[in-house]
Design a binder for this molecule. Sequence first.
Ligand code: AMP
Length: 279
Amino acid sequence: MKLVRTRQELTEIVTQWHKNGETIGLVPTMGSLHEGHLTLVRALDGKATRRIVTIFVNPIQFNNPDDFQLYPRGLEADEALLAETGLVDVLYAPDETQIYPPGFCTRITVSGLDKVLCGGDRPGHFDGVATIVTKLFMQTRADIAAFGEKDFQQLCIIRKMVTDLDLPVTILPVPTVREADNLARSSRNRRLTPAQRQQAAHLPQALISCLEALKAGQAVTPTLELCVRTLKEAGFTVHYLDLRSEKTLTPAEKADAGTRLFVAASLGDIRLIDNMPVA
Ligand code: AMP
């Protein structure tokens, strides 16, 4: 596995790969890697002849400067973890000048989908995500890219952007990887204190109970309200808990196949998200 720090070096490598008829698989990340990220890498095995993992903590998707500063970072450990898989050809870890040179002023907006759920309390976040993902598609010239369902809204937005802009890349969705107590793996979990880590398990548990009630035919609104109360009692600040269509992200009145529960809730200043399908 080669560590690449500049866009120029990356361009030389991917140009040669394409000349040789190779296909390129991409896993874009913000580092602080865990089993969720490694599962994305493994999902590309057999789907591309070359694999690139990118690590870039993207400043323009953080609407809160403290959140950007506090985001966990650790390139050496990440590099070791990726090398161990034996599946990664290039780790591309550019600094900001390689992505946003002076004067950079373009943003990509996927209108509508970017306003609901996390778009509501993180204005501009998904413009930042759509912009960096497009930059990384272009710089890596990826043929296929893996994204986690853990960030389901992000996955929807990227799929829509790829369709709308005719981007020549296939999107591979990967189911959420969880801890033994069902907490979705996340780089942000590293910031939880041991007590908060125990509390955090209430988040997936509340979603599971809520799904069971919905599947048993309970009405949507009171079931969601009860779940919000449970989470508040467990110490969370709840940003949203919604039942929505997986395709359009519009609110669903009934818990049918093709609908999904979405939650964002904070413990202290650590914001956690999760989602689970009804079917
Ligand atoms: P991040 O580094 O958090 O920006 O995530 C990079 C990619 O890994 C995104 O496509 C995420 O959806 C995916 N990812 C993060 N956590 C998980 C997880 N627990 N399960 C599956 N995919 C994940």
